[in-house]
Design a protein around this ligand. Structure first.
Ligand code: AGP
Length: 609
């Protein structure tokens, strides 16, 4: 997820200041590099560098750029490390075209090969740069009469994936070319000035009149005009007026970043599944060649790894697989030697406990695969293979979309292992790959839509409680552990997760009337056992909350149930079952008048021991 802004005006004042300010309003969308391009005297002038906007603005004096038409970008790296070369905007070979983009071009490698064969020279590792060269190539191949808009439209038909694009061409110095698919792109309108941006905060202080572009729409803006079309047909722009403050607009109208990020999960899951298959195949080979596997992580990321651990044990049968909390690594130092493969899971890629553990393991000769959300962060830099979730920046301290993205990325690796070990054939493999990337986002969207109001209502019932239990069996335990952590860390209600069968070995002693017990209950081999655990809790007066599926017998014995659609594969249950728990924790925190984005005593990245 990146932040883009574009401005064109007939007012004789440089837009560099407005672009820079707009990028600051979008910094929560990405902050590892920044750049702007303006057209002045028929030429494109671009300044860009690695680093956050304040740093780059001072270092390059961004506001010094002249010109009344320009584009800007603050990056969250998905392709290519965060450095100056990969910072947007990106130009074509002639320098007459410049482009910024938010999203992921899934077929960029094929397009890049085609362009390289045509003699184009690239200066970055990004997917975005192909857009500029494609427009250049279209214009080069056509007769001189082709207008930029026609070349632009032809290019859009060639790119696959998600995108919000703004592009400039010196041939039309007052025009900005726009295209949108899945990534957000809105237009701000005011007399003599037009804006385009990833999000309304970028221009909210200049205008509250907004046009939201829809998927498949292509548009142009000039100081006086807005033109939109779809499939060649002109679209009448629909303007609406926002009443948000800048701060609420940065949350796209959500009251908190955490709720926004819970709702972003369908797109973050879809983007994560655009990972290059070659990297998954490489991971699978490293796993199959390793003598033993050790998952290493902390907190929510540890629970994602635990889901992978259970599945690895099922598939790799005779290969020893371990799951170690990174701060406890000394207890397992005997595991780290040559032939051991570490799988480190860390959204920030900077957690010191994980850094110390993986540094030690590497010194002992272990190999390292990292799963991170921040490209080129410290832990990936120690890895032989870095696999990236593409969840975009996560501002809420409590991990939500990065967690489910980690689980889905592990599920994709597990699927590769099932195929390569002959558990599934190529047809099932192809079908499940498609389901992982297309069905999972759809199911999560359904779960959010069908259960959000129930989570909100349940919050009012449990908000005054001091204690709670999260029970599960078998491979659902990581979900119970994550659900308990979520409730603890943002609503401050003590929550303990343990295998349901353990209740009678002690924990049930504290259960009394209305004691909330959340039970993770997929309708599988555990169904009757988890039902029995619910009965023993009910017998002590517990308030039973089940996260379950239609037809599960626990529903009749629950005081409150969330019904989860039957997943096409148990590989995604750690995703589908955790989403209601994220919402329960969020709404309980809000009901108690707390700030779920900034829980006390916690930091988003834990760089202390
Ligand atoms: C997330 O909700 C927690 N705040 C925390 O446990 C976090 O998952 C843990 O600190 C690990 O962070 P990482 O994924 O950046 O390594």
């Amino acid at each position: 997820m990146c932040g883009i802004i574009a401005i064109t005006t007939s007012m004789k004042k440089p837009v560099s200041k407005m672009i820079t300010t707009g990028l600051k309003r979008l910094e929560y969308r990405g902050y590892d590099s920044v750049g702007i391009s303006l057209i002045h005297d028929g030429k494109i002038h671009t300044l860009k560098d690695k680093g956050q906007i304040d740093l780059v603005e001072k270092k390059l004096d961004l506001r010094s750029l002249k010109g009344t038409t320009g584009i800007g970008h603050t990056r969250w790296a998905t392709h290519g490390p965060p450095n100056k070369e990969n910072a947007h905007p990106h130009a074509d070979c002639t320098g007459n075209i410049t482009v910024v983009h938010n999203g992921i071009i899934e077929n960029y490698l094929d397009l890049k090969q085609y362009l390289l064969k045509k003699g184009h020279k690239f200066s970055s590792e990004t997917d975005t740069e192909v857009i500029a060269h494609l427009v250049e190539e279209e214009l080069k191949q056509s007769d001189t009469s082709m207008k930029v808009i026609h070349a632009f439209k032809r290019v859009i038909t060639k790119i696959e994936g998600t995108y919000a694009i703004t592009l400039l061409h010196t041939a039309e110095p007052e025009t900005i070319f726009l295209a949108k698919k899945d990534s957000p792109l809105v237009i701000g309108v005011q007399d003599d000035i037009k804006f385009a941006a990833s999000d309304i905060p970028a221009f909210l202080e200049y205008t509250k009149k907004v046009i939201a572009l829809n998927n498949g729409e292509i548009a142009t803006i000039t100081p006086k005009t807005v033109y939109i079309e779809k499939n060649g047909f002109k679209i009448q722009p629909k303007t609406f007026t926002v009443t948000w403050t800048v701060e609420s607009a940065q949350k796209s109208g959500y009251p908190h970043f955490m709720l926004k990020e819970i709702h972003e999960q369908p797109i973050s899951l879809r983007n994560t599944m655009t990972i290059n298959s070659k990297k998954i195949e490489q991971a699978s080979q490293m796993i199959l060649n390793a003598k033993k596997i050790v998952f290493l992580a902390c907190g929510t990321s540890y629970y994602a790894g635990l889901s992978g651990f259970h599945q690895f044990q099922r598939i790799l049968k005779n290969k020893p697989v371990y799951s170690v909390i990174a701060s406890e690594y000394q207890l397992y130092s005997h595991l780290f030697d040559k032939g051991t493969l570490i799988i480190a899971v860390s959204q920030s890629g900077e957690t010191l406990d994980v850094m110390k553990a993986v540094s030690y393991a590497r010194k002992q000769g272990s190999d390292l695969i990292s799963i991170a959300n921040v490209i080129d962060s410290s832990i990936p830099r120690l890895s032989q293979l870095s696999l990236y979730t593409k969840a975009g920046p996560e501002i809420g301290v409590a991990a939500t979309k990065t967690h489910t993205a980690q689980v889905l990325l592990l599920a994709r690796i597990i699927l590769q292992l099932e195929f390569e070990t002959g558990i599934i054939d190529v047809n099932k493999f192809d079908d499940y790959k498609k389901q992982l990337s297309e069905e999972t986002p759809r199911v999560v969207r359904t779960i959010i839509n069908q259960n959000e109001f129930k989570a909100k209502r349940l919050a009012s019932i449990i908000a005054d409680k001091q204690h709670s239990y999260f029970l599960a069996r078998g491979k659902s335990m990581p979900v119970a552990l994550e659900g308990a952590l979520k409730l603890k860390e943002i609503s401050y209600i003590h929550a303990e997760a343990f295998p349901a069968g353990e209740s009678k070995h002690g924990p049930i002693a504290i259960v009394e009337k209305d004691f909330p017990v959340i039970m993770i209950a997929p309708n599988d081999w555990t169904a009757n056992k988890i039902l029995g655990n619910a009965e023993e809790m009910r017998a002590r007066g517990a308030y039973i909350i089940s996260i379950t599926e239609r037809d599960h017998p626990i529903i009749k014995r629950s005081d409150y149930s969330f019904i989860i659609p039957k997943a096409f594969s148990s590989l995604i249950e750690p995703i589908t079952y955790v989403v209601p728990l994220q919402m329960i924790a969020y709404y309980t925190s809000v009901y108690k008048g707390l700030d779920p984005d900034k829980p006390k005593n916690l930091a988003k990245t834990v760089t202390v021991e």
